[in-house]
Design a protein around this ligand. Structure first.
Ligand SMILES: NC(=O)c1ccc[n+]([C@@H]2O[C@H](COP(=O)([O-])OP(=O)(O)OC[C@H]3O[C@@H](n4cnc5c(N)ncnc54)[C@H](O)[C@@H]3O)[C@@H](O)[C@H]2O)c1
Length: 282
């Protein structure tokens, strides 16, 4: 764990989907900054491993098996955090149903898949606020951070559920910010660009380095994101340095989404002309 300030000392936090990927890095960062972190994930083993890793590094963390798509489980998750840490100051809604979020347009997506995915992508943030806000208020205020995506601001064909869900999360962020501001509760979202998690690296890029190179070429900063980039943004938004920021969606994408005009398409075409052996990821 990198040495950080202890700015979240005595704070209790919950990070959903904290077993792996971006959520794992968020949990580690908040713990490094002094928070006690409950890692809530449907992946029990991964959550326990992440908690152990944080403890080994000197942090305070525990795992909680949770399906954030289920009301009673979100309620139990919030209660578990309060029981363990004695207070709740930070909620990060990050869990992501990878299997169900990218399944086509309206004609292709089965209604049950739509409902299950939306429960995780959108409804979970409502449930965590429903049960969590009274505890944040009791703690004298706090922070909710919703992990959206640049897909919540832009669109991609064939991904109705993900695009709709991530946009709805931004709307919910703005709405809750207005509702809870006077309680000292700030609600913000983050819109990451492409973040190379351990899962994406293993499942996509290890066997297709040229595809990663193509992705990296699309980023003005010359690289894709790392989970730690998003974790740093979460820590900032939860900190006193961001005390006048609420209802905001912070784009953390290395400048990627700034480029949407014809020149971008030309640059992509030029890359393919110059690298004809590039394998596209999908
Ligand atoms: N990786 C990217 O490029 C990227 C880009 C933009 C936004 N995001 C967002 O960041 C967040 C994390 O993405 P990631 O790439 O780290 O994903 P990931 O698949 O690596 O991790 C997601 C975690 O959520 C957990 N999860 C899935 N369903 C759950 C449920 N019902 N209840 C509780 N936990 C559940 C998984 O077990 C896993 O640990 C997501 O909200 C995603 O939409 C990711």
């Amino acid at each position: 764990m990198a040495a950080q300030s202890r700015r979240f000392k005595d704070c209790g936090a919950v990070v959903t989907g904290g077993a792996t990927g971006i959520g794992g890095a968020i949990a580690e960062r908040l713990a490094a900054d002094g928070a006690s972190v409950l890692i809530a994930d449907i992946n029990s083993e991964g959550a326990a491993e992440r908690a152990a890793r944080i403890q080994d590094a000197g942090g305070v963390a525990a795992a909680c098996t949770t399906n954030v798509g289920e009301l009673d489980q979100v309620q139990a998750m919030i209660q578990a955090a309060v029981d363990r840490w004695g207070r709740l100051d930070i909620i990060v809604n990050n869990a992501y149903p990878a299997q169900e979020a990218m399944t086509g347009g309206a004609e292709e997506v089965p209604p049950d898949v739509y409902d299950r995915a939306m429960a995780v992508l959108v409804k979970a943030s409502y449930l965590s606020a429903k049960f969590g806000v009274p505890h944040l208020r009791q703690a004298g205020g706090g922070s909710i951070v919703n992990i959206s995506s640049i897909h919540g601001l832009l669109v991609a064909p064939g991904a109705l559920v993900y695009e709709t869900g991530k946009a709805a999360l931004i709307a919910a962020t703005r709405q809750m910010a207005v509702e809870y501001g006077r309680d000292g509760i700030r609600v913000n979202a983050i819109a990451p660009g492409h973040i190379v998690t351990e899962g994406i690296q293993a499942n996509l890029w290890d066997r297709n380095p040229s595809g990663l190179q193509f992705f990296e070429s699309q980023y003005p900063v010359g690289r894709c994101g790392r989970p730690e980039d998003i974790a740093a943004a979460v820590a900032f938004l939860c900190s006193e340095d961001a005390s006048f920021i609420t209802g905001h969606t912070l784009v953390v994408d290395g400048g990627h989404s700034l480029q949407i005009q014809e020149n971008f398409g030309v640059a992509q075409a030029r890359f393919m002309r110059d690298h004809p052996d590039t394998q596209l990821p999908y």
